[in-house]
Design a protein around this ligand. Structure first.
Ligand code: ATP
Ligand code: MG
Length: 447
């Protein structure tokens, strides 16, 4: 196994001082999967104070020292160096009441969550693998270290971690571990949303996302209860003939693996069952996009998603059904949500929505959409006029031809922008001024 320079430096220095030290966890797993390790963690029998003095000439971060972790900055790289530890009793499904140092590597590996994460490596001993992690990697299996019920009761976040690793690695979950996940899913309610959300988005972005979501939909329904009514909600009609859940999964598969896109694909029709149960015959109509955007915001806030993600997902859902079939409608979309969002709606969410439908004319609809997407790209690169700021006229220009200061100016500029988008006037100052003057009475007429 090839270690990063920083990791090798840390291990060599600890060994030179007479301690044992190993690269552990994710980096060993990633190496065996021929994937690029995100970072390198080191486990050692040196105690935290000893680690600090061995690396006294290096910069270090000590805010994890209570749990035995010192982050050493070696070669500009952050290496988390953690003393071998054994967890004490767990009573709150979140964290141990105490941790004990002064234990062996085997104990330290035994407290880890899954066999694939419970391996260690150093040059002297090679890969240390007491729980069959290597075999599970080659079988593509996520399996708890030890008794699954016990492990999920100790720390329920492990339920989400199992699903995240299964999705990201494209693995299946070993039978006993899977049964235990289903059985213990309600424990997730004890875990802070801030810890669940990153696991959820990582699971949504993994190569195995659709399979994991479907197999463990009862678990995802614990953290997003609004998906439960979608499981059996039947979408009839030529374009569907499937459950809403199937449609959601197909949409997820059809968008790129980026968190806001996957969340928008999952939640784009989330309000449909609610609309119909409210007796609203419009459930397939235009109302469902706005309603779903509202419900998505509610869900994401409860999950403590960052504001920027909530805002983006809301826009994507709100406009996922926007009727777009010519240059004008593309420009209007760009006017409403900006070019970048418009391109995401057209190239990702709206496309995924159609991809996830059936119907004889599906191919035609996709082709029409592709044309709109291309137009949007073209309008963006040619800096087409789709905002008040890009009009060749300003509020002062309007005042100079007789418009009153105040709200009228904003309304008049919006009016001119719409006229430019609709082709009623060219975006040239003199033409805009002449056009505005003819409309002046309309803007100054008493209400
Ligand atoms: P990633 O590549 O996403 O960083 P990772 O395996 O390194 O994956 P981390 O969350 O960085 O995951 O944790 C490092 C190691 O610590 C894991 O490989 C695992 O051995 C152990 N670990 C982390 N969280 C838990 C947990 N909740 N319960 C038990 N062991 C855990
Ligand atoms: Mg890691």
């Amino acid at each position: 196994m090839i270690l990063s320079d920083g990791c090798r430096f840390v291990i060599d220095r600890l060994s030179g001082a007479g301690y044992c030290a190993y690269a552990v966890g994710g980096c060993v797993r990633d190496y065996l999967m021929q994937a690029q390790a995100k970072d390198y963690d080191v486990a050692t029998n040196a105690l935290p104070d000893e680690i600090l003095s061995i690396f006294s000439d290096c910069r270090s971060i000590t805010n994890g020292i209570k749990h035995g972790t010192v982050t050493v900055i070696a070669d500009g790289e952050q290496i988390e160096v953690t003393t071998f530890r054994k967890d004490g009793l767990y009573t709150d499904c979140r964290r141990p009441e105490s941790v004990a140092f002064g234990v062996e590597l085997a104990d330290d590996l035994g407290r880890r969550d899954f066999t694939v994460n419970a391996m260690a490596y150093n040059e002297a001993e090679g890969i240390v693998d007491p729980f069959g992690g290597r075999r599970d990697i080659s079988d593509k299996v996520i399996r708890c270290v030890g008794e699954p019920d016990k492990r999920f009761n100790e720390d329920a976040l492990r339920i989400m971690r199992a699903l995240r690793f299964a999705s990201v690695c494209g693995f299946s979950v070993e039978e006993k571990t899977a049964e235990s996940i289903h059985r213990n899913r309600e424990l997730l309610k004890k875990i802070a949303a801030e810890r669940i959300f990153p696991e959820l988005t990582a699971a949504l972005c993994g190569c195995g996302a659709v399979c994991v979501l479907d197999k463990f939909r009862d678990v995802f329904a614990v953290i997003i209860p609004a998906i439960r009514p979608c499981f059996d909600y039947y979408l009839s009609g030529d374009n569907h003939g499937q459950t809403l859940w199937e449609h959601m999964l197909r949409a997820i598969k059809a968008v790129e693996p980026r968190e806001e896109l996957r969340l928008a694909a999952l939640l784009h029709d989330i309000a449909k069952p609610r609309l119909i149960s409210d007796g609203n015959p419009e459930s397939g109509g235009s109302a469902h996009a706005g309603e779903s955007a509202e419900l998505a915001e509610h869900i994401l806030r409860a999950l403590k998603a960052p504001r920027r993600i909530i805002d983006r997902v809301k826009i994507l859902i709100n406009y996922h059904d926007y009727p777009c079939d010519d240059g004008r409608s593309v420009k209007r979309l760009m006017r409403d949500i900006g070019g970048e969002n418009a391109l995401l709606v057209l190239s990702q969410i709206r496309r995924a929505d159609i991809e996830a439908q059936n119907g004889l004319d599906k191919q035609k609809r996709l082709e029409r959409l592709k044309k709109c997407e291309n137009m949007c790209r073209e309008f963006m690169s040619s800096k087409a006029c789709v905002s008040i700021g890009s009009l060749d006229i300003s509020g002062d220009d309007l005042i100079s031809v007789g418009f009153a200061r105040g709200k009228t100016i904003g309304a008049a500029l919006s009016y001119l922008l719409d006229a430019v988008i609709d082709g009623g006037v060219e975006n040239k100052k003199d033409m805009l001024l002449a056009y505005a003057k003819t409309r002046l009475p309309f803007f100054t007429a008493a209400p």
